[in-house]
Design a protein around this ligand. Structure first.
Ligand SMILES: N[C@@H](CCC(=O)N[C@@H](CS)C(=O)NCC(=O)O)C(=O)O
Length: 215
């Protein structure tokens, strides 16, 4: 297996997931700034033109972070990050969807439309006038989650899961790009600090530079 990776939250998510599980695979760095991911031959690997992509030994390719993580978990069920039982898996997927839909997607779209506009406007349909409202929407998602997080626990309670990794990677990148963690969300900040302290979150493992910024 080989991971086609780059800077950015989704590649980091997969690499954190692998680090938590002790999985190591060869990596190929893709140059997002140069748009390598938006041209052939990369588009043959992932027609959506995005990283990460997992190249399988048989020569086929998997993309979409959640699908890659599911695949890796099935091959490596030890130290589950999705779940050891049907109920655990369903609960993790439920939280992953909530976190993605209510927080991560509005956060990243706000970024595309504002701080990342210069890089992304030729790649995705950007709606600059929506950026500030999307930040408000994401913030409301964070406030909601802050009210549900229990001290010392993870998003799925006692289990550290891919939902924690996902939210962490988005917040960690975008907090330095116009979406800081709101000061009054103490439980969220404590949760964030606990994820950041895990060896799998070590930034020296990942290229972290935020993408082309403005405003
Ligand atoms: N839905 C995709 C999103 C992947 C994605 O947004 N990748 C970003 C890096 S974090 C990317 O390739 N951006 C460059 C581009 O869109 O040109 C997934 O879950 O893997």
């Amino acid at each position: 297996m080989k991971l086609h990776t780059s800077f950015g939250m989704n590649p980091r998510l997969v690499r954190m997931f692998m680090a938590e599980k002790g999985i190591d695979v060869d990596r190929v760095e893709v140059d997002l700034f140069a748009g390598e991911n938006r041209q052939e031959p990369f588009l043959k690997k992932n027609p959506a033109g995005q990283t990460p992509v997992l190249e399988l030994d048989g020569g086929s390719y998997l993309s979409e972070t959640a699908a890659i993580c599911e695949y890796l978990e099935e091959l490596n069920p030890k130290h589950p990050l999705i779940g050891a039982t049907a109920q655990e898996r369903a609960e993790t997927r439920m939280w992953l969807r909530r976190v993605e839909i209510n927080i991560c997607i509005p956060m990243v779209h706000a970024f595309y439309y504002k701080e990342g506009y210069d890089l992304f406007n030729t790649r995705v349909h950007c709606i600059p006038q929506a950026a500030d409202e999307l930040k408000v929407k994401a913030r409301k998602g964070l406030v909601w989650l802050n009210g549900l997080l229990q001290p010392g626990k993870w998003i799925c309670g006692d289990r550290f899961t891919v939902a924690d990794i996902c939210l962490f990677t988005y917040i960690d990148l975008l907090r330095n790009a116009g979406q800081p963690i709101p000061e009054d969300l103490d439980r969220l900040q404590a949760w964030f600090d606990r994820v950041a302290a895990r060896p799998s979150a070590d930034v020296s493992l990942f290229p972290m530079q935020p993408m082309g910024m403005r405003g």
